[in-house]
Design a protein around this ligand. Sequence first.
Ligand code: 4AZ
Length: 609
Amino acid sequence: MKSLSVAVFILGLSLCILGQKNLLYETKGKSTQQTQPQWPCRFLIEECVNNSYTQNSCEKVFCQPWQRCVEGTCVCKLPYQCPRNGTSVCSAQRKTFRNYCQLKSFECQRRDSRFMYKGNCNSEESFQIFLENEDVPSEGFIQVEMNHLQKTFICADGWSMNEANVACRQLRFPEGADRVESGYPNDASNSSECLKATCRGTETSLAECSLTRFNNTDMTVAKVVCHTTHKECFSGEFHCVNQKCIPLRYVCDGNNDCGDLSDELCCKACRRGSFHCLSDVCIPNKYRCNNERDCLTGEDENRKLCDKLAKEKERGRTKAAEESMDEEGTEAPEESMDEERKKMKTFLPQLHCGIGNRMVARRKRILGGHEAEKDEFPWQVAIRNEQHRLNCGGVFIGGCWILTAAHCVRASRVHLYRIWSGMVNSVNMSAGIETFYLKKVIVHEKYNSKTYENDIALLEMKPKDIRHTSCDLHNFMPVCIPWSKYMFRSGHQCKVSGWGLEEDFKKQFTLKWGYIYLMENCSEIYRERYFEGMECAGTDDGSVDSCKGDSGGPLVCFDSNNVAYLWGIVSWGENCGEKGHPGVYTKVVNYFEWISRHTGKSLISQYNV
Ligand code: 4AZ
């Protein structure tokens, strides 16, 4: 039995790597392998694939500028929710839009609009494509007709599934292409020139891609087979969410082969030529350091990585110049709509959150942690309770809102609490400390004081004076709220901070912080005391931990630009600093919708989330 499963495993592995279609049919009695042909696979994560993520899953990728994220799905914005500036554009239906975002949001909702060209519709410009075919209406050579001039073929060079999916979509095959081909057209009279198409892969018209005219030296041009009928996938094929089948060897290679991105969103590792985001998404290498964040936590734009890449590129460029291999199109490529898409993003409102003052030199040395510098944790507040004691921490998240643990507060005592901000030392009170009264205490409606399930509460502060509606002050910086459970994972090093007890359970007066690590398998440790919405974090030896008095305070994790996200709220644990008993935190990402419902979405949403 054991040796059989090993054989099946090796078979599955080779399928994933090689994608050999018929291998399985030669082996007998493995019917289970035929229903789930993609497992086991070295690249794919099964539990993740079962969630059927696509390019519209904002837990995995960013939404387009003409979309926003609602409960994990990118939905269409209304055109008025787009930025107002930008260049006007003309749709294939000859309707002028104020800018690209407005056209795309219109298209996103009604699906009866396409981009045609930049500029208003008063000019005579046009853009159409044709599928040159003899008998099958869903396949053939692609020809482009621009401004009513002679039709031009697409170059075979650079023709990949990215571009083919776009062409098929434009030709009203919504799932895109089944495969790409190339060849010599029967009527090759006008194939001495061709257009090289470069798409991102999510466009709905080739007019949105960059098209550059080339001399076609070998006369081969691009051909496509568009997807029409749904077929069962072979073993050795990946089942895309849009029902297409692609060879398993195409998954996790950074290319959007499925057309809905479903082949790139659940990858343990990525193939050569692509980059692995911490969220297990593969992106093409060319998206690294292109000044656009593609990975949720920005590791594709990490400064160190980009400096290194720039140096390598510089070396490569000098080499290429020596060999003068650079090929060039016969006309300057027009700026593609990809640039316009990026520009739209920069026009969207930006959230300012999670930026602490970078660490300066450390003085010596929560439990086992370091003393905080002023402004290092500008989102950390202390809550003074009804007995005038500072027994809990809290976290500023923007507006007049503080997040804390539900077990720290009672709604009925709203008038007795005070929020202290900008404080480092609770004895030597320095300048810059502010005190706030509360207007409202919102304890999570499903908070269970016996089990500490949903141990989260929102406190609304009163603005300092009645002329102000905001509580933003110079010492304050909101922390960012994470919107996807894939942003940080077990093993990630994060910081916990608070005025809680330190070693030997001594009381401390200085804000302290320590590095701890996110942990999985906590239900094995805390068993029936551990619930959905909790997360464990600590160190292997228990030397750094939160403790009594830290409750309600922040566990923050940093993205690759050092922006802080509130991943956890100190909640409970079996004692403090005990090996094998990590601290338990309220998992904030699970409460994103709850928080935004009370505070307003725009307060905590960034990147169109
Ligand atoms: C507490 O009593 C407490 N080690 C907070 C955190 C932890 C334990 C107890 C985690 O508030």
